[in-house]
Write a protein that binds this ligand. Structure first.
Ligand code: HEM
Length: 122
């Protein structure tokens, strides 16, 4: 599997990039009240969570380092926060303090995961 390292790394990069775009689109469609479109986006977003997770796990196995595992845990936290934001927005329960707590976590998680991916293990 190690000989396909760059193929997995580039696929992973493509997947997380699409994931972030889909997250932005889902949030936008939810904000403007496009229920059907946001539902489709949310389902597609969930599919990409799985794809980014699978490629990430393969990269952990290729890397076999503690840093890669930590990167994976941080990325998992980011996926959790994205799911909480979109899910709660769809249900109309993203409000008050929790709203800011989730958005702050999102900004911190994106920054930390990208920094970790590119500058710590990259
Ligand atoms: C939306 C979520 C994610 C984002 C934004 C993200 C971001 C990144 C970035 C920026 C890199 C570096 C790419 C490069 O060096 O060209 C990377 C690599 C990596 N990611 Fe993710 N990732 C995500 C999800 C995951 C998940 C869920 C896992 C594991 C379960 C994971 C594990 C890894 C590993 C092991 C590497 C390899 C680093 C290397 O070989 O240099 N990632 N990711």
């Amino acid at each position: 599997m190690a000989e396909h390292y760059f193929a997995f790394l580039h696929t992973h990069t493509l997947f997380w990039f699409i994931t972030l775009i889909l997250f932005a689109l889902t949030v936008t469609f939810l904000r403007v009240g496009k229920a059907k479109l946001s539902k489709i986006m949310q389902m597609t977003l969930r599919l990409f969570y799985v794809l980014v997770l699978i490629t990430g796990i393969v990269l952990i196995f290729i890397h076999m380092s503690l840093l890669a595992v930590i990167k994976g845990i941080l990325a998992f936290w980011l996926i959790y926060v994205m799911e909480m934001i979109t899910n709660r927005m769809a249900k109309g329960t993203l409000e008050g303090n929790s709203k800011w707590l989730f958005w702050i976590q999102f900004v911190v998680a994106v920054f930390v995961v990208l920094y970790f991916g590119y500058f710590v293990i990259g």
